[in-house]
Design a binder for this molecule. Sequence first.
Ligand SMILES: *Cc1c(COP(=O)(O)O)cnc(C)c1O
Length: 369
Amino acid sequence: MSNPYLLLTPGPLSTTSTVKEAMLKDWCTWDHDYKTIVQQIRLQLLEVGRASKEHYTALFMQGSGTFGIESTIGSVIPNDGKLLILRNGAYGKRIEEIAKVLQISYVSLIFDTNTQVDPQAVERTLVEDTSITHVAMVHCETTTGILNPLEAVIDVIKRNNRIAIIDAMSSFGGIPIEVEQLQIDFIISSANKCIQGVPGFSFILCQRNELKKCKGRARSLSLDLYDQWDTMEQDEGKWRFTSPTHVVYAFAQALKELAEEGGVEARHARYCRNQQMVVEGLVQAGFTTYLAREFHSPIITTFLYPVHFPFSFDHFYHDLKSAGYVIYPGKLTDANVFRIGNIGDVHAEDMKKLSEQILRYVGEMKDEN
Ligand SMILES: *Cc1c(COP(=O)(O)O)cnc(C)c1O
């Protein structure tokens, strides 16, 4: 069975046929065999994040990535706590929305969408506002593809004795992250991003000591992070409520394939090459990137609408779709942009063909006008 098109979107993304084949059987959610797989992948995730099982633990939450973020924000911050949100894109804004709905006290430090989070500004805020207890930041802001300076920001958070919550949704598994060395307290990602599984759950790596403090703090029953962990620990791999069994098997296969590829470093190298090829190809076709080169992640790239020919995103989108590529619209209110993701089971050859198709498209559009 072949796919109708290649997904050049940051999740769900194109997965291997072996990952999809792993879903062709039915499993019992509380049977020993299944729970063994769950326990195994929890440990594998710690390895991906370079965290020891002595100090860290990994657990799952049903739903998409946002459910994992909401579960963490809602379960970790106590009633008298206050969250600092570092925001330079739509996913940072989503954390604000979560805090608002859950009536968690928060303050935001807002940066332009084409600017990285500034560690010095974070430090000033933490020094000035001693009521802040937790800090949340998006590692790779998928809104633009900007990579925030994780090491420097974590350093500031830890030196100022605050709890760090990182949305590493679109980077974990695709960019090396030293979770334990950095002392990240909570880091969240999901099945359908750089691990290259299918959608259905998010996962959270937690500093054990910090997670243990969260008993009874949750503002939701089904999104109670501590309770989910407690059940997974006590019942050795059992999720509290129906777990996405097929997705879990696909995920186990995806983790196996990540290791076979050579681990996070090798995957990171492939993504970097893909991203570089996309940029080179589009620049050759006359497009410009929204971000300065040094801010780019190897995950997704934002391009400005071209001005050298009359451009319709819709037309462009459908042309590429019929050629076998699905790209992503923009998510900025102040600039006309579109995005091309390069994560998933996509390779240099795909990027080359995509560039050729885009070059052909631009040539045709110019001829017509
Ligand atoms: C994908 C993503 C999310 C989660 O989005 P869902 O649609 O809930 O999966 C959160 N943050 C970032 C940075 C993302 O890329």
